[in-house]
Design a protein around this ligand. Structure first.
Ligand code: 4NP
Length: 176
């Protein structure tokens, strides 16, 4: 499939495929999946999206999200139910948007063959923020999970707004 051809044409009624990617798929990307699901459902738009998450690594496959991440989400009324899995080649055909938490994730996904124009950093839509990537909270303290939540929450609001309004992703940082 050429890069310019999304899995489904933009004007089709098929859901918009969104895959959130991090390293282990137990902290950042399952949070993004859960937060985006929650926000889409609250807008009555759950059926307009095919939402999932995956890790570039497979060490935690089959596990629920990290308890610290689930607790942080639960305090905001967001339940994380996904089980970790490693990204597979079929994801590159299935999803219109592959949103990565950091540069390592982005490089690995692109190197593995994901179309360049469908792979982005999650925080590309938060150009004014102090963070351009979502820091890995796994080995840090609880504050890291709060920061991850705040970044993911804002980015999901912006992506959702753009997709529901039919616009293209943006505002954007300079091309990199
Ligand atoms: P995540 O965090 O990529 O946000 O899920 C991590 C989870 C596990 C590990 C690293 C990061 N790990 O090394 O096992």
């Amino acid at each position: 499939m050429p890069d310019s051809a999304a899995p489904n044409s933009p004007d089709s009624d098929a859901p918009i495929g969104v895959l959130f990617v991090c390293l282990g798929n137990i902290c950042r990307s399952p949070l993004a999946e859960g937060v985006f699901r929650h926000k889409a459902a609250r807008r009555g738009a759950a059926r307009r999206f095919d939402i999932d998450s995956a890790g570039t690594g497979g060490w935690h496959a089959g596990e629920l999200a990290d308890p610290r991440m689930r607790e942080t989400a639960m305090r905001r009324g967001v339940t994380l139910e996904s089980r970790a899995r490693q990204i597979v080649d079929a994801d590159f055909d299935r999803f219109h948007h592959i949103l990565c938490m950091d540069d390592d994730n982005l490089d690995r996904v692109r190197t593995a063959g994901a179309p360049f124009d469908r792979t982005r950093l999650l925080l590309d839509v938060v150009p004014e923020g102090a963070h351009r990537t979502v820091p890995d909270p796994y080995y840090g303290g609880g504050g890291g999970f709060e920061l991850v939540y705040a970044l993911v929450d804002l980015a999901c609001d912006r992506w959702l707004e753009q997709w529901l309004n039919g616009g293209r992703p943006g505002p954007d940082r300079a091309a990199r």
